[in-house]
Design a protein around this ligand. Structure first.
Ligand code: FE2
Ligand code: FE2
Length: 144
């Protein structure tokens, strides 16, 4: 039983660390996109947007298909929260697509407004996940 418990703690720690480190990578890519937008040169803006969008999609996909199912297996009581987080991924994908629509249409002002609103919502979403990660880390170090 002791072996099983420490294995569970280790797996919770691994999932928590992966989610957190991907959030940091996304923050860095977002900062690069904002810097490119400030400089206002079309090529770097397009590349910055595509890199951020692709990394975000890869991250959401990992959470939807790997991390959250793993957490659900370890902690079935998280079902409600995990379902909410997956729903939020859908909304955030749609909102980022609408940012892209505005940029592609050449409407920079609308694109920037939508990007700000998107970034705020993404930050709140990540805060919820970071709270979950912190809780899992506490549980893992408590040996559950
Ligand atoms: Fe997420
Ligand atoms: Fe996340």
């Amino acid at each position: 039983m002791v072996v099983k418990q420490s294995g569970l703690g280790r797996r919770l720690r691994i999932e928590a660390r992966r989610i957190s480190s991907q959030h940091r990578q996304l923050d860095e890519l977002y900062a690069l996109l904002v810097k490119a937008l400030d400089e206002g040169v079309q090529g770097p803006v397009r590349r910055g947007f595509e890199r951020f969008r692709d990394a975000l999609e890869a991250h959401f996909s990992m959470e939807d298909n790997v991390h959250f199912p793993a957490l659900h297996g370890l902690r079935p009581e998280l079902d409600g929260l995990l379902t909410r987080l997956v729903d939020e991924h859908r909304t955030l994908r749609d909102k980022l697509a609408r940012v892209q629509d505005a940029f592609l249409a050449g409407d920079l002002e609308t694109g920037l407004e939508r990007l700000d609103a998107f970034a705020e919502e993404l930050a709140e979403h990540e805060d919820r996940e970071e709270d979950l990660v912190a809780e899992l880390r506490r549980d893992a170090s408590a040996g559950s």
